[in-house]
Design a protein around this ligand. Structure first.
Ligand code: AMP
Ligand code: MG
Length: 399
């Protein structure tokens, strides 16, 4: 059985990244992954300009003129102010271009206007309150590598850098299906032995949050013919994710049919919950995940395996931030597998704290109400005690 790290490495080694690219506008690029590196089209700032409202001068002239200069002209935003006449000062506003020859801004609060003359303080620092051309970035500078998922801030920077269109990876097409004879969708009453299905919806929505094109493949019965049909339709997808039917019960047919139609790279990982996960390929395009049916197992394996696989497919570098926290309670267990304990993360006086929640059964969804992260317990560990430093994986930043 593979360890967590071995399984993650095996997945990354097996991913065939997106073969095509598409070009989209800045606004459409939000949340998309860059398909190639992006470079600045202009210098930023594009020209020397003033950081403050004030007066532009040649610092050396101030002393010679006894700190009083006649006012000549004005530089507003959008102007091309020309030259600063020798022995004069020019009114200037924040962001307006420096007139040629000026080297210093004196802020308006520090001067006195006397008719058409400006009286300066004796302490004006040469070169102050200037924004220099290109001090932020220069035309041609590499701003982002390929595989960067673009945020609002990234797009603000790219807009300022004059980038109008962005080559991005297409969205991965992902087919999601639940398997199990017992599963029904809410809206119809349960007959004996039936349960309401939840993994398919969660998986579809998690995929959409990641910007994927997620397609609902419905619920498939525990029947080899139905499963074969599903897997045969996988050729149009970059990923297929099924939940359920991947363990060792007689009705756990997903793995068997998967092995028949595709190629299983691994089955079972030494983690808890989520041990019976299978990963492999179907045809030359499709990556296949059979995640376990228990709702919490499906959530954990999505986070640990599916998410990094999708990011790698978009040429990104998967990261799973792990933050040290102080445990607020005890958690004891038998060593064996790397465990992901559903936890509530909170900050107290700027320090991260983690509480192991009650109700850790992998069928228990109630605990999810409070869950905003996992505590990671290493395979050889017997757990932790209140006050111990533990490793946590935040699921969102709502703490
Ligand atoms: P399986 O992986 O098929 O052996 O299922 C393990 C457990 O998860 C069983 O109790 C199933 O009823 C339950 N289960 C399987 N699929 C789903 C699903 N899509 N939503 C909720 N529970 C499920
Ligand atoms: Mg099942």
């Amino acid at each position: 059985m593979l360890s967590l790290e071995q399984a993650r490495e095996a997945i990354l080694a097996e991913i065939t990244p997106a073969a095509t690219t598409e070009t989209v506008s800045l606004a459409q690029a939000h949340g998309r992954f860059t398909a190639q590196e992006l470079r600045a089209q202009v210098d930023n700032p594009a020209f020397d300009n003033s950081a403050m409202d004030g007066y532009a001068v040649r610092a050396a002239e101030l002393v010679a003129a006894g700190f009083v200069l006649p006012l000549r002209g004005e530089s507003r935003c959008g102007d091309a102010p020309g030259k600063l006449a020798p022995g004069t000062t020019m009114r200037i506003f924040t962001g307006a271009p420096m007139p040629e020859g000026a080297d210093t801004i004196v802020i308006q609060e520090d001067v006195k206007r006397e008719g058409e003359k400006v009286v300066f303080p004796k302490s004006a620092q040469p070169g102050s309150h200037l924004r220099r051309r290109g001090e932020d970035f220069r035309r041609g500078d590499m701003l982002y590598p390929a595989g960067r998922r673009l945020s609002s801030y990234d797009l603000a920077l790219l807009s300022a850098a004059g980038v109008a269109e962005i080559p991005v990876c297409p969205r991965a097409r992902v087919l999601v299906a639940a398997t199990g004879d017992e599963l029904v969708t809410p809206g119809t009453p349960l007959r004996p032995g039936q349960i309401y299905e939840s993994n398919r919806l969660a998986t579809l929505l998690l995929l959409r949050e990641l910007g994927m094109e997620a397609v609902d493949g419905g619920t498939v019965r525990d029947d080899p013919a139905a499963l074969r049909e599903l897997l045969k339709s996988s050729a149009n997808f970059d990923f297929v994710i099924t939940s359920g039917g991947a363990s060792v019960g007689d009705r756990d047919l997903v793995k068997q049919v998967f092995a028949e139609i595709g190629q299983i790279k691994f089955w079972k990982v030494k983690i808890k919950p989520g041990k019976p996960i299978a990963f492999g390929r179907v045809g030359s395009r499709t990556h296949f995940f059979a995640v376990p049916g228990n709702p919490v197992s499906s959530l954990v394996t999505f986070k640990l395996f599916v998410e990094p696989a999708l990011i790698a497919w978009h040429r990104g570098v998967p990261r799973m931030p792990q933050l040290a926290a102080t445990a607020t309670n005890d958690f004891r267990r038998h060593p064996g597998r790397t465990e992901f304990v559903r936890a509530r993360l909170a900050t107290e006086n700027g320090k991260l704290q983690a509480t192991a929640l009650r109700g850790q059964g992998s069928h228990m969804l109630g605990t999810l109400r409070e869950t905003n992260g996992f505590i990671r317990v290493e395979a050889d560990s017997a757990g932790f005690r209140q006050g111990d430093t533990v490793t946590t994986i935040p699921l969102n930043v709502d703490f």
